[in-house]
Write a protein of this length. Structure first.
Length: 132
């Protein structure tokens, strides 16, 4: 029998932000945040999105857990992805911000019961100045 010992939730070091190209107003949508070099014991913990006018400030948190009976964690990078649910939004342009990363999210009027057509997310990374 073993129990994991977890640190308190810490702000995740995010190096990639991904968002849908377009979402419908008042519909459910999420953004994804990636820490490309977490440890093998890191896991997503929580995500808070604060709306300040047309800015959506995202704070993703990770939890690092030690597993005394699991052995040492290899010295390799393990991607840790966190999904953050956005609040219902009115139609318009919003800026999604996480630390140094920011991108525009277009919210368009929608039809009840309909979702926008599937499209790949747009992503921006800390080492790339434009959306990829």
């Amino acid at each position: 029998w073993s129990s994991d010992v977890c640190s308190s939730d810490l702000i995740a070091p995010v190096d990639q932000l991904c968002a849908p190209a377009q979402v419908f107003a008042n519909a459910s949508a999420s953004v994804r945040l990636l820490d490309s070099c977490g440890s093998c014991f890191d896991e997503p913990a929580d995500c808070v999105v604060r709306q300040q006018g047309q800015r959506l400030i995202v704070d993703a948190r990770t939890r690092s857990c030690d597993c005394p009976s699991c052995g040492a964690c290899a010295d390799v990078c393990v991607p840790v992805e966190t999904s953050c649910r956005l609040p219902p939004l009115l139609a318009g342009s919003y800026t999604v911000v996480d630390g140094p990363l920011s991108m525009t999210l277009e919210v368009v009027p929608g039809l009840p019961g309909r979702e926008p057509p599937p499209a790949p997310d747009r992503c921006i990374a800390t080492d790339v100045a434009e959306a990829i």
